[in-house]
Structure formats: structure tokens, C-alpha cells
Design a protein around this ligand. Structure first.
Ligand code: GDP
Ligand code: MG
Length: 449
């Protein structure tokens, strides 16, 4: 996905302006990318239309490339569709996690397809409420479909250190729910988690049963649990649960797998309910709050590049960057340029970030990270470079041992620090030459923008 998008954006960035044709071409690819991320077709279509409206005719911002603008517009639309506010920040009133602001015993009803992770998530929520929120939690399994289901929840309750409702064979889900609420009131529980039976697919009788339980217990949260791997079915499932039961929150499980999480977008779009929690593993402590910008990044497949782009747009001087890029390409990059880049990096806060942001550098990012470029060293490195003569900066090879000592003294560092800087510069120059050899000559054209 990411390489596909990089390709599009590389193309866009060479043109310099956002025309309708450019945007449409990019969005065709974005659409495929979204579908690959398991976003349901109608949901992907809506998002694309929204992005097109915003992108076409958008004034080209001088300090960023058209590519950056498209990345940002797609990303912002995704974040917004996932329930986030401007710039991926939580909007007013957005509270990830659960709202516990209701009279005890507060009922939470877990619904969803079989195997989506309802029972596991019930245990996870119980553990979190007990340990973090200091709540007295009662777990009750209403799953009378599978003989082992109630025992499974009992085991999880034990692991979470909370009580589970004693099992009485032969009771209906409605009877179990009533008993759970009754016990909770008498024994002063804060929260009652009602775990329901799984459905392999939407089943009328079971839907009615859940709806009846909901009517009887009036849950504060009715959480639709959905597997992140759910693809095009997500819309159907969500719509059915919303129409027939009514849900006011979504939990997405198995985000620890390689699913891109497009189901979250589909579910959110169809139900209008916020995604509240993420399941990130089989263990009970693998429960996370939902952050729209993180999942948006995952769906888009561009990791933290978007935020780097945002920061870069604010701090990188485009003209200077273009000059630098041209030099890099011609292999004329010297220590003076390195110093000026360090200054930019100082403003950005992260060197591997700035390099990772260069289009096509995604693949190089690991290498850069391995090179362990220490951001805390930036100030000292700048001092070392400024202690050199102009000639030395242009051609570091002429720096002999005696000069290294002088430079170190002038910069208030050790000779090892000077050597490290020279080595780093060598590595960087070598990397740039390699990149040029890789036939990525067009890579830097247009600068960092
Ligand atoms: P239910 O039928 O909806 O109650 O689903 P279960 O809670 O029984 O979960 C089905 C399977 O999915 C179990 O093997 C769980 O261990 C596993 N599972 C649940 N949540 C997660 C998760 O977030 N990550 C991973 N990797 N596995 C999970
Ligand atoms: Mg279950």
C-alpha cells in the first residue's frame, strides 16, 4: 500500500500543482489502497468524494509539495471519518475508552459475531476496570449456545481477579441477565459486563434475544465487538447490529495482526458510534484506547510520515531544501550543507524523521534508524563543524590528527566526537551515492517538498 501511494505521490510532486486530473489519478490509487486495507466499498467511495472536493482547486501551498497536500487531505479526511478532530487531535468531548459516569451497577453489553473476541474483551475490560479504575466488577455469560462458553468466561474472570456470576444450568439469557443485575444491586457491584452468545452470521432469533436483553438491562454501553480482519462484511454486520440492537460503541480486536483496520472505518461510518477500545492480543492486558490518528495512519499505510510532513511544512525552508537536494544528487553535499541540515533538523527534532520523509526513502528508513543518529548530539555536531575552516568543511578528507585535536578543543568535545561526526558524514555521503546508483535520480528533485 505504502509503496503504491509513494509511487502516486512521487508523480504528483513533480508536477507542482493540484489539477483535477492529478487529484483524480491519485484518488484512483488511494481508492484501491483503501480497499486493500479492508475498507468497505461504499465507505471508501464516500471518503474519496470528500477528499476530491477538498483537494481539487485547493490553493497550492508554497512551502509544501502537491504530494504533501494530498497526503494531508487524505489523512485528515480519514481521521475525521474515524471520529477524530482537526489534525488528528481528539475533538471536544471525544473520550477514548469507556465512560463510567453513570449510577452503579453500570451494565455493559457485549455484542458481535462469533469469534470476534467478545468474551476475551469482557475479561480485558474487567481487568482494566478493577486495576485502573478500582471498580468492583461482575462478569456474566449469557452464552447458552456453546456448553463451554460460560466456563470460558469464568476462567477469564479468575485471571482478571473479578467475580463471575455463578452458573445455573438451564437458565435463558434473559434470566441470567436479570439475575446478574439483581446480584450486582444487592452486592454493590460498580459494573456488570454481560457477554452474549456468538453468531456465525446475522441470525434473527439471536438478534431478538440480544435486543430483549438490552431492553431489560438498559446498558450504559452496548459494545459491538469486531475483528479487524473483517473485510467487506463489516458494513452489513454493523448495520444489522445497529438496526436491530442499537450499539453506542465499537471495540476492534486483533489489531495485533497485520490487518490494516479498514473495518474500523466501515463500522464507524455505518453506526456513527465511536470506536472506544482496541484489542491487541490474546492476553488480558492487551487492551488499548482508540486514537483516530493512529488507525488512520495504519489504514493509509504511511506510519508517522504524515505528522513529519506536518512539522516539515512548518519548519523546512523549501528553497534551502531544494538547493540541498540538488547538491545531494550531484554528490556535492559537504559538511557545510550537513551543518545547515543539522540546523533544520534541530528545528524538526528528529533526523531519521526528516530523512524518512523524503519520498522513496521509506525503504531506507530502517537503515537510517540502525545508523543510530543521535538527535541529542545535534548541538555538539554543529559546534564541531563551525570549528572547522571553510576548506575543511568543503573537503573533510584533509583534516589530519592535529587539526582534529584543535577542532575538538574549539568545540569543547573529544576527538572521538569529531571522528564520529566525520564517520557519520562519510556514511551519509556513501548512502546518497548508493541511492543515486539505484537509479533513483529523480528522487530528490523538488527538494524535501
Ligand atoms: P467470542 O466468540 O466473540 O466470544 O470470541 P472470543 O473472545 O472467544 O475470542 C475468539 C478467539 O480470538 C480466542 O482465541 C481469543 O484468544 C482470540 N482473540 C480475542 N481478541 C484478540 C485480540 O485482540 N488479538 C488476538 N490476537 N486474538 C484475540
Ligand atoms: Mg464468547
Amino acid at each position: 500500500l505504502s509503496s503504491r501511494l509513494n509511487g502516486v505521490f512521487d508523480k504528483l510532486r513533480r508536477r507542482g500543482a493540484l489539477s483535477e486530473a492529478d487529484v483524480n489519478e491519485a484518488l484512483r490509487e488511494v481508492r484501491i489502497a483503501l480497499l486493500e486495507a479492508d475498507v468497505a466499498l461504499p465507505v471508501a467511495r464516500d471518503l474519496i468524494n470528500k477528499v476530491r472536493e477538498r483537494a481539487v482547486g485547493a490553493e497550492v501551498i508554497r512551502s509544501v509539495s502537491p504530494a504533501q497536500q494530498v497526503i494531508k487531505i487524505v489523512n485528515d479526511a480519514l481521521v475525521e471519518a474515524l471520529g477524530g478532530g482537526e489534525g488528528g487531535e481528539a475533538p471536544d468531548g471525544f473520550a477514548p475508552g469507556l465512560d463510567l459516569n453513570a449510577p452503579a451497577p453500570l451494565p455493559i453489553l457485549m455484542v458481535g459475531l462469533q469469534g470476534s473476541g467478545k468474551t476475551t474483551t469482557s475479561g480485558k475490560i474487567a481487568l482494566r476496570l478493577r486495576t485502573r479504575d478500582k471498580k468492583k466488577v461482575l462478569l456474566a455469560s449469557l452464552d447458552v449456545q456453546r456448553p463451554a462458553a460460560q466456563l470460558q468466561l469464568q476462567t477469564l474472570a479468575g485471571q482478571a481477579g473479578v467475580t463471575s456470576l455463578p452458573i445455573i444450568p438451564g437458565q435463558s439469557p434473559l434470566e441470567i441477565a436479570a439475575r446478574a443485575m439483581d446480584v450486582a444491586r444487592r452486592e454493590l457491584y460498580d459494573v456488570v459486563i454481560l457477554d452474549t452468545a456468538g453468531r456465525l452470521s446475522i441470525d434473527d432469533a439471536l438478534m431478538e434475544e440480544v435486543a430483549a436483553v438490552k431492553a431489560a438491562t438498559r446498558p450504559h454501553h452496548t459494545l459491538l465487538v469486531v475483528d479487524a480482519m473483517t473485510g467487506q462484511d463489516a458494513v452489513n454486520t454493523a448495520r444489522n447490529f445497529q438496526d436491530r440492537v442499537g450499539v453506542n460503541g465499537i471495540v476492534m480486536t486483533r489489531v495485533d495482526g497485520d490487518a490494516r483496520g479498514g473495518a474500523a472505518l466501515s463500522m464507524r461510518a455505518v453506526t456513527g458510534a465511536p470506536i472506544r477500545l482496541l484489542g491487541a492480543g490474546e492476553k488480558l492486558d492487551a487492551l488499548e484506547d482508540f486514537h483516530p490518528s493512529r488507525i488512520a495512519g495504519r489504514i493509509l499505510g504511511m506510519g508517522d510520515i504524515v505528522s513529519l510532513v506536518e512539522r516539515a511544512a512548518e519548519t523546512i525552508d523549501r528553497d534551502e531544501a531544494e538547493k540541498l537536494a540538488a547538491k545531494m544528487q550531484k554528490g556535492q553535499f559537504d559538511l557545510e550543507d550537513f551543518a545547515s541540515q543539522l540546523k533544520q533538523v534541530g528545528k524538526m527534532g528528529n533526523l531519521s524523521g526528516i530523512l524518512g520523509m523524503l519520498p522513496g526513502m521509506g525503504a531506507m528508513k530502517d537503515k537510517i534508524a540502525n545508523a543510530k543518529i543521535d538527535d541529542g548530539m545535534i548541538g555538539r555536531q554543529a559546534a564541531i563543524i563551525s570549528s572547522m575552516t571553510r576548506k575543511e568543511r568543503k573537503n573533510p578528507d584533509i583534516i589530519k590528527a592535529s587539526r582534529k585535536k584543535r577542532i575538538a578543543a574549539g568545540a569543547g568535545v573529544t576527538v572521538q566526537d569529531v571522528n564520529r561526526l566525520l564517520k557519520q558524514f562519510d556514511d551519509m555521503s556513501a548512502m546518497m551515492k548508493r541511492m543515486n546508483k539505484l537509479g533513483q535520480k529523480g528522487l530528490m528533485r523538488g527538494g524535501l517538498g
